[in-house]
Design a protein. Structure first.
Length: 333
């Protein structure tokens, strides 16, 4: 009798250990030799314990909360959304025509001056529409600027506006490597992009942008209030560049878009607005999450295959910002 109780006790200990390893009740009822009728000794396999699993499952408890990294489920690796042509080498000068410039004590960087935006596919007469909407005191963008007290109601010169978008290697203290601008000049919208070909050229990029922006009266960004402007100011301080743009008025198109289209579209991301407001969709565009790795790869290998995609992505963001200004309604739809 004592021996039977000992076997029963050991079986309960085994079940308790199995449940501890499983982090919950076992999915099947487990019976140990001490709990079921024993066949004759000569029919037992003495080389392994005699275990029987019933087909009737027991109720499964709620899953335990995830407390440790080992509790996380295994997830398949994320497949890149775009093919990477790593076997093809392309120099920067071949895919993006530009000039090297030098600015004072901050060193050198690379300036890419793109074609006028009217030459971009599916963009028609954007420069003329942009100028007309800002010259007309009754236009929706003029009314919204006046309502937001961003700029005076009298005539607004389109040449006093600069549209800006940045690309960085991450958040926090990560380097900034590209500042793209869109300016109205000679009846055209000209895109200029200041590129750091390596991490040391960041200061020349920031210094040049501050220099060209100083005469402007209105800066237009998308989420610049929360990200672009604070990030740029931080990186200027880190590189010893004096930040002298505090007096420029700022129009954040993300906040304006949320006032108009929040709840109308699925979200107010720039490419969502580009699709629903501008009637364009991008295919093969590099996702923002892949931009830091693509730039690091360019610095490491000098292969500009993916860097060209980043430059195009930045330019399209700028063009979309200008078109949103033209198509912005006066009131919420």
């Amino acid at each position: 009798m004592a021996q039977s109780n000992s076997k029963r006790s050991s079986s309960k200990d085994l079940i308790a250990r199995l449940e501890a390893l499983n982090r919950g009740k076992l999915a099947h009822t487990v019976k140990i030799a001490a709990d079921i009728p024993q066949p004759p000794l000569k029919q037992q396999s003495l080389s392994a314990p005699f275990i029987e699993i019933s087909e009737k499952p027991v109720s499964v408890e709620e899953p335990q909360p995830i407390l440790y990294r080992r509790d996380l489920p295994n997830v398949a690796p994320v497949i890149r959304s775009r093919p990477v042509l790593s076997e093809r080498f392309v120099a920067l000068e071949e895919v993006m025509k530009g000039v090297e410039y030098e600015i004072g004590d901050f060193g050198k960087a690379y300036l890419i001056e793109s074609c006028p935006c009217d030459e971009v596919k599916k963009i028609t007469d954007l420069a003329s529409r942009f100028a007309l909407s800002l010259d007309n005191s009754e236009s929706n963008i003029r009314k919204r600027l006046a309502a937001a007290r961003k700029i005076r109601m009298q005539e607004i010169d389109p040449r006093e506006i600069i549209i800006m978008d940045i690309e960085s290697t991450g958040l926090g203290c990560c380097p900034l490597f590209l500042i793209g601008t869109l300016e109205y000049e000679n009846d055209s919208l000209i895109c200029r992009q200041y590129l750091a070909r390596n991490y040391a050229e960041e200061s020349a990029v920031i210094a040049r942008f501050i220099e060209v922006s100083s005469p402007k009266k209105l800066l237009v960004t998308f989420n610049g209030k929360s990200f672009d402007i604070p990030f740029r100011r931080t990186r200027a301080a880190a590189n010893g560049v004096a930040y002298t743009l505090e007096s420029i008025r700022h129009l954040d198109m993300l906040h304006e878009s949320r006032r108009i289209w929040k709840g109308v579209f699925p979200d107010c991301r720039l490419q969502t607005l580009e699709m629903h407001v501008c009637g364009r969709a991008r295919y093969g565009d590099i996702p923002g999450s892949e931009i830091p790795d693509a730039y690091h790869a360019f610095v490491r290998t000098s292969n500009a295959v993916e860097l060209a995609d980043i430059i195009t992505h930045n330019m399209l963001d700028l063009v979309t910002l200008a078109e949103l200004m033209v198509k912005m309604p006066a009131e919420r739809k």
